[in-house]
Ligand binder design. Structure first.
Ligand code: SF4
Length: 434
């Protein structure tokens, strides 16, 4: 009876995340905070007492999606408290606070204090703190019970001309190696098999903490019980030989790397104020391929940066053709207020941008397909997550391709060796070997 009452009286919270993996991982830790306080987590769009939206402001489209989600949240939970947090909240708090139904607007640091603020009676309260402390290291993922994201760094000191993130997340800061190991041990003790180190620019770890990123990686890899390890996005100019050596030395390291490219043209890279040339990028990929011959590579690419000529776009296309990049993350250039690129002329017509995005996305799909086909006949370790609609168990291979197997076994959160036997509807299928 007591238990039933507790369930009936539990408050409901719906959470939604936009944008990057870092945002997802941060929502994961905030969701855990709600659970610890007795809330039930419900799907976004269901009626809830609290709706928490962790926003992104990387493009105009992201801003407009945030506003649509706020309207949707108010529609499904007219009596609920709507909390809008994160990067877009940090950049346009008044505009968001003026939207119907919004109760709380929390910047990137303040979002961790959501529980304190929820008790406030004041409507449309804005809390934006620019002291940029480090919050939220102990992050778990919002979408899986197998893979945990461990945030080791936040903010960015780079000044890429197109990017608003340093304004939204502040200067670079990081946790110590010692704290990272403590958090990694906690995640493993909670049952997570895979840890992905995240941050806005984890290559800046040393500048932010005074300690070496490769030392942190080595110590996290040494945590007992950890089976799989990956770095999230790493800027190419920050990948050192020492880091590659440490990664290569452990069988726990997965052979998938995400190395932002943004453009395959040196002139555009310079205008973007990136810290590498196309030759540097090729050299880094070459070193990683030498260390991890079966690796898959992800890259962010911006199409239609101001002044990007047809030839410069072709340079990007040709570089992507030449390199073993398998997972394309393509974005149309989006003008962001206060950035250097916002003052540039020669804007690319939106139709041309769309065509370039489409060309790259189609090319990316074709390359991923070829890479997947190339896995047929090979053995790989798959960390299984859940059954798919067809009833087969699915998970990710070590080089980050989805694989499914036909089995009666319950494989959630288990890593098994699989022989890849073929493809079905563009997805890899395999047989369990153990
Ligand atoms: S490295 Fe450049 S693109 Fe990445 S967050 Fe920093 S400024 Fe933005």
């Amino acid at each position: 009876m007591e238990n039933t009452e507790r369930i009936l009286n539990n408050k409901r919270v719906a959470l939604h995340t936009l944008g990057c993996r870092l945002n997802s991982s941060e929502t994961g830790s905030i969701a855990q905070g709600f659970k610890d306080r007795g809330y039930d987590i419900v799907e976004f769009g269901e009626q809830a007492d609290v709706v928490f939206i962790n926003t992104c402001t990387v493009t105009d489209a992201a801003d407009s999606t945030c506003r649509n989600l706020i309207r949707k949240a108010h529609g499904s939970s007219p009596e609920g408290k709507i909390v809008v947090a994160g990067c877009y909240a940090q950049m346009e708090p008044e505009r968001i606070a003026g939207m119907q139904g919004v109760d709380l607007v929390l910047g990137n640091s303040e979002k961790y204090k959501v529980f304190e603020y929820l008790d406030e009676e004041k409507e449309n309260a804005i809390h934006i703190d620019k002291s940029w402390q480090f919050y939220g290291a102990a992050t778990t993922t919002a979408d899986s019970h197998t893979r945990a994201f461990l945030k080791i760094q936040d903010g960015c000191n780079y000044v890429c001309s197109f990017c608003i993130i340093p304004f939204a997340r502040g200067r670079s800061r990081a946790i110590s190696v010692q704290d990272a190991v403590i958090e990694a041990k906690k995640l493993v003790s909670q049952g997570f098999k895979e840890i992905v180190l995240t941050g806005v620019n984890i290559g800046e770890y040393e500048q932010a903490s005074g300690e070496k990123l490769h030392d942190l990686v080595a110590q996290v890899l040494a945590v007992d019980g950890l089976e799989r390890f990956r770095l999230s996005s790493v800027e190419p100019n920050t990948i050192t030989d020492e880091l590659i050596e440490v990664l290569k030395s452990s069988p726990k390291v997965l052979d998938h790397f995400h190395i932002p490219l943004q453009s395959g043209d040196d002139g555009i890279l310079k205008d973007m104020r990136r810290k590498y040339t196309t030759s540097d990028y090729k050299r880094i990929i070459g070193k990683l391929v030498a260390a991890f011959p079966n690796a898959g590579f992800g890259a962010d690419i911006i199409a239609g940066f101001p002044g990007e000529t047809k030839e410069q776009f072709e340079n990007t296309f040709n570089l992507l053709k030449e390199l073993p990049i398998t997972h394309f993350h393509v974005f149309p250039y989006s003008k962001r207020k206060n950035t250097t690129a916002a003052k540039m002329e020669n804007l690319i017509h939106s139709g041309v941008k769309k065509d370039r995005v489409k060309t790259l996305m189609m090319f990316g799909d074709a390359k991923l397909n070829l890479f997947s086909e190339d896995q047929i006949g090979k053995r790989t370790k798959v960390l299984f997550e859940r059954r798919n609609k067809a009833g087969n168990f699915e998970g990710y291979s070590s080089n980050f391709v989805r694989v499914s197997v036909v089995t009666d076994l319950e494989l959630a959160n288990q890593e098994r060796e699989v022989l890849i036997t073929g493809m079905d509807n563009g997805r890899l299928v395999g047989e369990l070997l153990q």
